[in-house]
Each structure stands twice: as C-alpha cells, then as structure tokens.
Design a protein around this ligand. Structure first.
Ligand SMILES: [Zn+2]
Length: 402
C-alpha cells in the first residue's frame, strides 16, 4: 500500500532525533532530497546525531516505488506523457522521461515479453494436435507505419503489411502443430488471393460484420441510381436479415446459399473488442518505438485473454443487466449487455514479476523483444541529424532568405 504525503505533514515526523534510540533531542537541521518519487530525509539533532530516512524500500539500490510507478504506467496501458501531466499538475515528485525509458527498456519490456511468451506457449500447447480450429484475423495499421508484428518499411506498403502479418501468424501456428480449418477475415482482395494460392487447405470466410457492411454499402450505391431508388427503405432490413441468417443458421451453409461467398457463421466481433483495448494501449496518434509497440500490443493481448468471454452482469436479485447506448451507425439507441467488470490480475502478476526480476538481477537477453533485421535497418525516416547541426542549417537558410 502507498499513500500521498504532503511535505508539511512529513516535517512533523522529524522534530525529534531518530539517530539514537535513547536520544529524542530536538532536530536542528533537516534536508530533503528526492530521487524520482523517493524522498530522502537527512536530519541532525542538538547532540549532533545524524540520521537518514527513506520513503521507499530499496532493491539493488533502486527505490522500489520508482520501479513500480514506471511499471504501473506501462502495464495500465498509459504513457509517460499522460502520467507526467497528472503528476506535474499535482506537483508530485517523480522521475524524468529518460529514467522512465531506462526502466522500461531494462526491466518492463522483458517482463511483458516473457509473460506473453509463457502464456502463448500454454495456449498453443492446449491447441496442439487440434484439427478443427476456426481462426479470426484482422489487421491494424498505425499512422507511424508499423502494426504489431510487421513494420511498414519491411514490405512495400501498408496493404502488404496486413498480408505479411497474416503469413507470419499462420506460419507460427503451423510450427506449433496447430491446424487451422477456417479463417475469417475482412474482404481484402490481397488476403483472398493469398488464401486461395498459398493456403488452399484452409477455408477462407468473410467476417459477418464486414460482410454486412459491404452489402449495405453496395445497396446504398445502387439505390442512388434512379431506377433502383425503391431499394433505399429496404437497405437496413436487408442488413438485419443477413445478420439474422448468420445468427440462426448455426454455421449451416445451405441456409445461407443466397449470400454469395459466405458459408459459415464467422464473426470477428471479439476482435473488434480487442482492437478497442489495443487503441488504449497503443494510441494511433503516438509514434512508439518498435519494442514499445510490441510490448503494448502484448499487454493488450494479455488484457484481452484475461477478459474474453466475460458473462453478462446480473443484479442482486439475479436479473440480467442491460444498458441503452447511442449508436452512431444507426442513429438510434440500441440495447447492449452490461458485462461483469473487467479483471486486471495480469497487471498484479506483471508487477510481481518485475520485482522478482529486479531483485534477482536476472534481466537477460533472452527475454528482450527481438527486432526483425529489416525493421531495424529501415526506419523509413532516414538518419536523425545532430540537433546543433540542424539548427545551424536552419539559421543559415533563414539568413539567405533575408
Ligand atoms: Zn540525537
């Protein structure tokens, strides 16, 4: 447990000597220093006893509060900048951005990586030898140019990135002896071609959400033509009917034969939830380094795996809980389930693992996040110049323009 302590309150604790059990003489000199969130108090009493008090325990000379605070910022999916904004406003003493990234690189990233590796190994071993696995896949491209596993500079463009990501995922599953029978994705032509050419044993299905969106888009385009204007009022109902068919066919292909290319009820709804968790952990407006992006994506995956399949919440009397939510897509209120609250046990596990690693000094190369050679070599930005040279260049250019 930790508390916020005001400087004025802290002073009250040091009015008597702490240097000698028998002393208790008045303190004549006090000095406060801080190292990040750690405060160190040095005092001297009337009898010239010196004492030192620290607000945090140390582990291998590092204040544990600094380690855990940095860890909590990352593990809760936040950034140094947001945390710093709160602490600065509150005038709470804490560490610099450089110190944060030092702790992140040395301890936090390896911990996240090794916890993910062990969870992934466990999951893969559960599915090893399974021959009837349905997998849903969806890519996310980020403005800085890399998604979870593939950096845009490794491939030609961001469309190829989604394809390359999928190949890596499918190959990894194959290496783990997990057989995929069905893959559901969005309607991406490159992906469809890849699946037909390279993975013909896997049945490729379009995800119901993307499919329904695409049908409605096509109908809306058609309804704009004068001879098809009568379609307009039916678009929503047709979309709903598609959903209903998907939902009630129990994966039976025959009932859905009126819908081209769509046979098995597959939907990446859970993936949409994951993408929301991902958005919080890896905000698109921020450019993270490769290792940071990987770790934050893994954190989102740990969060997702802890909370996937939550049950609908119930009241004390056992009734199911619902809420009304405004839908931007349909411009009306829709009824949504309220789920049981999320659990964050993985964050506590990560914090404990961080303490263990720091205590034992066992941070190793093995648990570090591996950067693919291609991603390391090509940042896509060009070499960063020395700041002083860049400033000199700017000043000389400005001078020429005058
Ligand atoms: Zn004393």
């Amino acid at each position: 447990m930790k508390y916020v302590v005001f400087n004025s309150q802290l002073k009250q604790l040091f009015n008597k000597c702490l240097g000698d059990n028998q002393c208790a003489a008045p303190v004549v000199e006090l000095d406060y220093r801080h190292k990040g969130s750690l405060v160190i108090v040095n005092g001297t009493c009337l009898h010239n006893h010196h004492f030192e008090w620290r607000s945090q325990p140390l582990s291998n000379k590092m204040a544990i509060g600094n380690l855990l605070l940095a860890a909590s910022i990352l593990y809760s999916g936040n950034t140094y900048t947001t945390a710093a904004e709160i602490f600065d406003t509150f005038k709470l003493k804490f560490f610099s951005e450089n110190d944060f990234y030092y702790i992140q690189r040395k301890y936090l990233l390896p911990v996240v990586n090794s916890m993910w590796n062990s969870q992934q190994q466990q999951l893969l071993s559960e599915y090893e030898g399974n021959t009837d696995l349905i997998v849903a896949g969806d890519g996310r491209s980020d403005s800085p140019g890399h998604s979870a596993v593939v950096k845009v500079t490794e491939v030609n463009n961001s469309y190829s990135m989604e394809k390359e990501g999928l190949i890596r995922c499918l190959n990894q599953l194959e290496e783990a002896h997990v057989t995929v029978t069905t893959l559901a994705t969005d309607r991406h032509p490159q992906i469809s071609k890849l699946m037909k050419d390279e993975y013909s044993t896997i049945s490729h299905q379009y995800d119901v959400w993307h499919m329904s969106k695409s049908i409605k888009k096509k109908l809306a385009a058609a309804a704009k033509r004068r001879e098809c204007a009568e379609l307009q009022p039916w678009i929503k109902s047709i979309g709903n009917h598609f959903w209903w068919c998907s939902d009630s066919c129990n994966g039976d292909a025959i009932e859905l034969k009126c819908w081209e290319n769509y046979q098995v009820y597959c939907h990446t709804g859970d993936l949409e939830v994951f993408h929301n968790v991902l958005l919080k952990n890896v905000p698109k407006r921020i450019a993270f380094r490769y290792e940071g992006t990987v770790a934050r994506t893994l954190l989102a995956a740990l969060d997702n795996n802890t909370n996937v399949g939550r049950k609908q919440a119930t009241t004390i009397s056992g009734e199911k809980r619902w809420k009304l939510q405004w839908s931007k897509a349909s411009h009306q209120f829709v009824v949504k389930k309220i789920n049981d609250p999320k659990e964050f046990t993985f964050r506590t596990d990560l914090l404990n693992a961080t303490l263990d690693m720091h205590k034992s000094g066992s941070e190793t190369e093995q648990s570090a996040i591996k950067i693919p050679v291609l991603a390391r070599n090509s940042t896509g930005r060009g070499e960063k110049p020395f700041k002083t040279e860049a400033i000199e260049g700017l000043i000389s250019r400005l001078g020429k323009n005058e």
